[in-house]
Design a protein around this ligand. Structure first.
Ligand code: MN
Length: 293
C-alpha cells in the first residue's frame, strides 16, 4: 500500500538578479539553495516571475552568445515571447505555453533574447529556465534542439472543473508529454481553480518538487504553500495531494536521480575536473563553433 510522501521543506529563491539585460530571475537552486543530488536530474531552476518590460528598439534584449556543455537548458514561457539561436544552426521562438528544450551535449554557443515583436511592443514576461543534467555517457552527444509548442502538450482535465494539468514531459493519467528526455522525468504545468484538487504518485526514490507560481494551495492536507514557494519532498512515501484555496499555477518536477558526481564550472557541467579543463580548452580553441553577436 502506498503512503503519503513527506515534505523536506518549503524554500524561497535568491533575490532577483539579471541574466543579461532581458531576464530578471530568482535562482531556487543551486546558488539560491544547494540541494545537491536531492533535485537531480535537475541542476538549476531560475524563475522569471511576471515582470513588465517597456517597448524597445533593442532587438538583442536578453543574453548574448555563451557556451554550454554537458546538460540541457529547458525554457518554459507562460507570458511573453523568447527567441533562441545556436551554433548548431537551430533556432526558435517560444510564446505562452511553449517550451524550448536545448540539448547542449558536447557543446554549443547560443543566444537567448526577447523575440523581436515582443521586444518592440513590450509586455509581461513570465518564464522558467531549468538546467537538466545528462548522464555521463550522453554528455558528449551531438547538440540538438526540441521546439515544443503548446498544442503538442499532453492535457488532463481535473475533476469537478478543478483545473487542468499540461504534460510537458513524462505521463499523467495517460496523457503523454512531447519532450524526449535522456532519463525518466515528469514535468507538469498545473492550473487549479479555487477549490480544485489534483493527486500524484511517484516511487519514493524519484526526486520530486513543486514551484508555486501563483495562488495558495494546501499540500497533503496540512502544509500551506503560496506564490514563490518551492516545495521539496523527501524520498519517502509516494502520494501527493494538492488542494487550491485560490486559483493557482504550479510547476511539478519529478525524475529519477542521476547518481553521478556533478562538477560545474559556470556553463559547463561534467563529472570530473579533468572534463571541465577539457571543456574550457575546447571552448577556447573554437570547438563549440561560432555565433555572431
Ligand atoms: Mn544559456
Amino acid at each position: 500500500m502506498s503512503t503519503e510522501r513527506t515534505i523536506t521543506g518549503i524554500y524561497r529563491g535568491a533575490p532577483f538578479h539579471w541574466v543579461g539585460d532581458g531576464f530578471r530571475v530568482s535562482n531556487y537552486f543551486q546558488s539560491g539553495n544547494n540541494f545537491g543530488l536531492r533535485v537531480s536530474p535537475f541542476l538549476l531552476l531560475d524563475y522569471h516571475a511576471p515582470f513588465g518590460y517597456p517597448p524597445t528598439d533593442n532587438e538583442q534584449r536578453g543574453v548574448g552568445p555563451h557556451p554550454h556543455r554537458g546538460f540541457e537548458t529547458v525554457t518554459l514561457a507562460f507570458a511573453g515571447s523568447v527567441a533562441h539561436h545556436d551554433s548548431a544552426g537551430n533556432g526558435g521562438i517560444i510564446g505562452p505555453g511553449d517550451v524550448q528544450w536545448m540539448t547542449a551535449g558536447a557543446g554549443i554557443l547560443h543566444r537567448e533574447y526577447h523575440e523581436k515583436s515582443f521586444a518592440n511592443a513590450g509586455g509581461i514576461l513570465h518564464a522558467i529556465q531549468l538546467w537538466v543534467n545528462l548522464p555521463k555517457v550522453h554528455k558528449m552527444d551531438a547538440p540538438h534542439y526540441q521546439g515544443l509548442v503548446a498544442a503538442q502538450m499532453g492535457r488532463v482535465e481535473l475533476p469537478n472543473s478543478g483545473g487542468h494539468v499540461r504534460v510537458i514531459a513524462g505521463e499523467y493519467q495517460g496523457a503523454i508529454g512531447p519532450a524526449k528526455t535522456y532519463t525518466p522525468m515528469n514535468m507538469f504545468d498545473i492550473h487549479l481553480q479555487p477549490g480544485g484538487h489534483a493527486g500524484f504518485s511517484f516511487p519514493a526514490h524519484e526526486n520530486t518538487m513543486i514551484l508555486v507560481m501563483s495562488g495558495t494551495v494546501t499540500i497533503n492536507g496540512t502544509t500551506q504553500a503560496v506564490a514563490a514557494d518551492f516545495v521539496l519532498f523527501d524520498n519517502a512515501g509516494e502520494n501527493i495531494t494538492i488542494n487550491a484555496q485560490s486559483a493557482a499555477h504550479l510547476m511539478l518536477l519529478n525524475g529519477t536521480p542521476i547518481n553521478e558526481p556533478v562538477v560545474q564550472y559556470g556553463p559547463f557541467v561534467m563529472t570530473t575536473e579533468q572534463e571541465i579543463r577539457k571543456a574550457i580548452d575546447d571552448f577556447n580553441s573554437g570547438a563549440f563553433g561560432e555565433l555572431e553577436d
